[in-house]
Write a protein that binds this ligand. Structure first.
Ligand code: DX5
Ligand code: ZN
Length: 220
């Protein structure tokens, strides 16, 4: 399984996004956190800004939509060119129809689970997805501590993906750093979001390379 690093621009300078995207050009994806002040108690940016980010980014956009009424809004992020669009299971009324719509529009379809949401009701839905995102903090803010209690959910989800012989990527988001990425990789994650760990580093390319190496050593 290939390890992929997706730095979150939530920890970047929002007044200088073009430059900030250039600083993570060694990564596989640029993770863009869309928050609407309803699904989570924080507000970031929306469709017009993501449309411009897609145009100026040297790497593909991994849009993480922490927004209510995902069925209505998520397809538009695929339409403006985000190469991966992840909606929250808790915010979608018809996740299968929504995942199919995102794929029809040419993007990879991702579905995210808040820490308290079980994977169990969604196991049969895995073939409809390109990626499952297990939140390892409560969504809404960067810089929080990794929730070790999510490791069993990661492992159970990876086992279910393998049992069904699927090629579904397993992403973790929240509190990922040099000190936690190995545990997440061991449990079965292969796509790693890191906001404060990457943008807080002195040497961003070196930090991305270190995270990638640590994860690769623990990926099976
Ligand atoms: C939080 C966001 C994350 C956030 C992670 O709700 O979804 O993507 O940027 O930040 P760190 O890596 O600092 O925990
Ligand atoms: Zn995120």
């Amino acid at each position: 399984m290939t390890v992929q690093i997706s730095p979150s621009i939530l920890s970047a300078d929002f007044t200088n996004l073009s430059h900030e995207l250039g600083r993570i050009s060694d990564a596989d994806w640029a993770h863009v956190d869309v928050m609407d002040n309803h699904f989570v108690p924080n507000l970031t940016l929306g469709l017009p800004v993501v449309e411009r980010i897609v145009q100026v980014s040297p790497i593909p956009i991994d849009a993480h939509l922490m927004i209510a009424d995902a069925d209505r809004w998520a397809p538009q992020y695929a339409e403006v060119g985000a190469q991966s669009v992840t909606f929250h299971a808790e915010a979608a009324t018809a996740p299968i129809r929504l995942a199919r719509e995102i794929r029809r529009l040419g993007a990879r379809a991702g579905m995210a689970l808040r820490p308290a949401t079980s994977i169990d009701p969604y196991l049969d839905l895995l073939p409809e997805l390109d990626m499952l995102l297990i939140m390892t903090v409560e969504p809404g803010f960067g810089g929080q501590s990794f929730l070790d209690s999510m490791l069993t959910k990661i492992a159970r989800t990876r086992a279910a993906i393998s049992e069904q012989n699927l090629d579904v990527w397993l992403q973790v988001d929240g509190g990922i750093s040099r000190s936690t990425i190995e545990r997440a990789a061991d449990a079965g994650a292969n796509v790693f979001v890191a906001g404060s760990a990457v943008y807080g580093a002195q040497d961003i390319p070196a930090e991305i390379a270190t995270l990638r190496d640590l994860a690769a050593q623990h990926t099976h």
